[in-house]
Design a protein around this ligand. Structure first.
Ligand code: BV8
Length: 231
């Protein structure tokens, strides 16, 4: 049974009602990336950034996993080979759908991070600038989010999984952001079959062996059912 690595982006949560980044009405149309998703923006105006993530944490908590998240959890349960989901998303819909072999490479809304000592703890519904770290008491709490210019999490584990992948899928991601957008090239170099599942071809769409277009709640269950039937 194949080892499968699946990269997901904002598009897999879109039908759960969570905004994507680069749609016309998306998050980056309402906020300047430089202001809300960089360390410099956080240093400049911590309240703006903390409130941006408070609003997203509230929206994510109110959302429910959809058929695409559930299909990936089913694939992990029934596929004999490894199934690893590497998500760029900071919502918890994959885990709430039942995925356990999961890496949040850009962080999560549900944890807070101490910029002084590196301690992590469950984020409150509303964080405030200069919240104190429960471990070292420094007023240095920040969202546990990987901003532009910061190193994504667990890259070694991701590249190891890509080097062993028989199948690599990218679901609902526009291919704008690196290093995630470079994973298809890594997987192809390792000999994996690659498939892009999206509403439209991404910026790296031409690098995939196969493309399946349509809403994730239809295309992902279809893809998973075919994989499980094939064995
Ligand atoms: C780093 C925070 C280095 C979380 C985000 C080359 C190599 C390495 C780096 C770079 C490079 N070139 C440039 C860089 C720098 C930069 C970068 O990539 N810039 C881009 C803009 C050019 N990368 C970085 O800074 C990264 N860090 O490289 O560090 C380093 C090295 C050493 C030491 C220290 C550091 C950090 C990147 C992470 C940034 N954080 N966000 C948050 O706020 O949520 S990025 C942000 O964009 C999100 O995390 C999101 O995950 C990511 C990608 O967006 P998508 O998920 O793809 O969403 P998008 O809206 O774009 O697309 C949605 C897709 O879904 C569309 O295709 C749409 O068609 C589809 N869709 C919609 N509805 C549906 C659907 N599909 C199916 N069904 C539907 N219903």
């Amino acid at each position: 049974m194949p080892n499968i690595v699946i990269l997901t982006g904002a598009g897999i949560s879109a039908e759960s009602g969570i905004e994507t980044f680069r749609a016309d009405t998306g998050l980056w149309a309402q906020h300047d990336v430089e202001d809300v998703a960089t360390p410099e923006g956080f240093a400049r105006d911590p309240a703006l950034v903390v409130n941006f993530y408070n609003a997203r944490r509230k929206a994510a908590a109110a959302a429910a996993p959809n058929a695409a998240h559930e299909a990936l959890a089913r694939l992990e349960t029934h596929n004999v080979g490894d199934v690893l989901v590497v998500t760029q998303n900071v919502d918890a819909l994959h885990e709430r759908a039942g995925s356990t072999n999961l890496i949040h490479m850009h962080g999560t809304l549900d944890t807070a991070l101490c910029a002084a000592c590196g301690h992590r703890w469950p984020a409150p519904a509303e964080m405030a600038p200069a919240d104190r770290c429960p471990d070292c008491a420094a007023p240095a709490a920040r969202p546990d989010i990987v901003w532009f210019g910061e190193m994504p999490y667990q890259m070694d584990r991701i590249f190891d999984a890509l080097s062993r992948a028989d199948i690599f899928a990218a679901i609902g991601t526009s291919g704008n952001v690196y290093p995630a957008a470079g994973f298809v090239a890594e997987a192809a170099r390792a000999g994996a079959q690659t498939v892009e599942i999206n509403l439209e071809r991404s910026l790296v769409g031409s690098q995939f062996d196969e493309v399946r277009l349509g809403p994730a709640t239809r295309t992902v269950p279809e893809w998973v059912d075919q994989l499980l039937e094939r064995g």
